[in-house]
Design a protein around this ligand. Structure first.
Ligand SMILES: Cc1cc2nc3c(=O)[nH]c(=O)nc-3n(C[C@H](O)[C@H](O)[C@H](O)COP(=O)(O)O)c2cc1C
Length: 413
């Protein structure tokens, strides 16, 4: 099969069908209104993705409560957001009925910003403080997640991505570092309880076989005691717990898993390989291969870190230099059976119409991500986020914020 045929081949996910193998990674863009509702700018971004005909879209991290936000203009999903989210979904489905969309439900935990949220922690770390969560508070957070899943279902989403990655609450609980002896910590059985209980409750209470459930997982956070390490004070990679986690999620109804790595506030280049250190892209297929080995064939595995290959990255080498492209590497990994879909984050900013252009034979018109990472700078600065290279609106946002506030000094929280 040609790479085009492989990438445009439909795939079943649960009872549903993705029209192709392109997955839009969840990408926070901090452009919600004061109530956490989508604005015209939010809508425009997703409208473009719908026009682009992606197989599956992950709606950016949407906060399940007011106090669990890491960014001021983050989307929120509570009762008060139902009318706006219903309208948002209705309009998008009218643009193109084909793409499926899952909402990435999140609680920021220790990454909640104390300026406008409540910073909480399962186990205080050197980097972050926060109020120590009690068992009752975590039980309540589970209730909030279940309610958010029901809302996602009722407003017309096709499913949810129960966020368990990148250092937000879902992954903080899983870490070996969470060695505190409590219902949700210490032994692996206790640390995985939060995720497993949540899945069981959501499956039971949403109770719709056509509603997709899955999670994005950081296979290895890459610092001592992070998820995917061998112990609370060791950085050594050990996939025993991540593999047990994804098998357990599958048993509890997960129809798809998104493989990721790292925790961007600490190990950002592990999450998204960058221009100067693109080699991390060689590590991700290893996680994909190990994940795929333990999952049932019908569970869809989505891989990360494909943007960095672009339309040929001379700093990355496959055996034949002409194969150093996102399309070739992605289709090769699909054909080898190590992954089912390829996730694109920064590339989805650079060209929201990518799948359509490929399908229509307009590959030469695709804008490839330049890995400038100015979108990341906008995220850190909590400005409206998008592609500063190909979209003038965001170029201006960047120019203006640099003029107003000077060079970036803050870290990646
Ligand atoms: C501006 C920006 C926002 C992001 N927002 C999210 C998010 O909401 N949820 C998430 O899981 N990952 C988020 N990420 C990480 C991406 O989804 C993705 O995992 C990472 O960028 C690697 O993919 P890429 O190399 O294709 O960009 C974000 C990354 C960037 C640069």
């Amino acid at each position: 099969m040609s790479y085009k045929e492989t990438l445009l081949d439909p795939i079943k996910i649960g009872t549903r069908e993705c029209k192709n193998r392109f997955f839009v990674q969840a990408m926070e863009c901090t452009d919600a209104d004061a109530d956490g509702n989508p604005t015209d700018l939010t809508y425009q971004r997703y409208e473009n993705l719908y026009k682009g005909g992606w197989g599956l879209i992950d709606l950016e991290a949407i906060s399940i409560t007011q106090e669990s936000r890491s960014r001021l203009a983050q989307l929120m999903i509570m009762e008060k957001n139902v009318p706006a989210l219903t309208n948002f979904m209705k309009k998008l489905k009218e643009v193109n009925k084909d793409p499926l969309i899952v909402f990435q439900l999140t609680h920021s935990g220790e990454l909640s910003n104390p300026k406008f949220s409540r910073r909480v922690t399962v186990m205080p770390s050197y980097s972050y403080g926060g109020d120590l969560l009690s068992e009752e508070e975590v039980d309540k957070i589970i209730d909030d997640f279940v309610l958010a899943a029901k809302i996602a279902h009722d407003v017309g989403a096709d499913g949810i991505d129960m966020k368990l990655c990148h250092g937000y609450l879902g992954s903080q609980i899983l870490r070996p570092f969470n060695s505190r002896k409590w219902k949700y910590g210490g032994s692996w059985e206790n640390r995985r309880r939060f995720a497993f209980d949540l899945y069981e409750r959501i499956a039971k209470e949403v109770n719709d076989k056509n509603f997709l459930i899955g999670s994005k997982i950081s296979a290895w956070e890459g610092f001592p005691g992070g998820f995917g390490t061998e112990g609370p004070d060791s950085p050594i990679l050990d996939l025993t717990e991540p593999l047990d986690l994804i098998k357990g999620l599958e048993e509890r109804g997960a129809q798809y898993i998104v493989q990721s790595a790292g925790s961007p506030s600490i190990t950002v280049t592990l999450t998204q390989a960058e221009k100067n250190y693109p080699y991390i892209a060689y590590l991700h297929p290893y996680f994909q291969k190990e994940f795929k080995k333990v999952l049932k064939p019908e569970t869809v595995l989505i891989g990360s870190n494909y943007s960095v290959w672009g339309n040929g990255n001379k700093n990355l080498q496959m055996i034949d230099p002409k194969d150093n492209t996102m399309f070739k590497v992605g289709s090769h990994n699909i054909e080898r059976g190590i992954v089912d879909m390829i996730g694109l984050g920064r590339q989805s900013f650079a060209d929201p119409l990518l799948p359509k252009k490929l399908a229509d034979g307009n590959e030469k018109d695709i804008h490839f991500c330049t890995l400038c990472d100015n979108c990341l700078e906008l995220l850190i600065r909590q400005e409206h986020i998008g592609c500063c290279t190909y979209n003038k609106y965001y170029t201006n946002v960047l120019v203006n914020v640099r003029k107003e506030k000077g060079k970036l000094t803050q870290n990646h929280t």
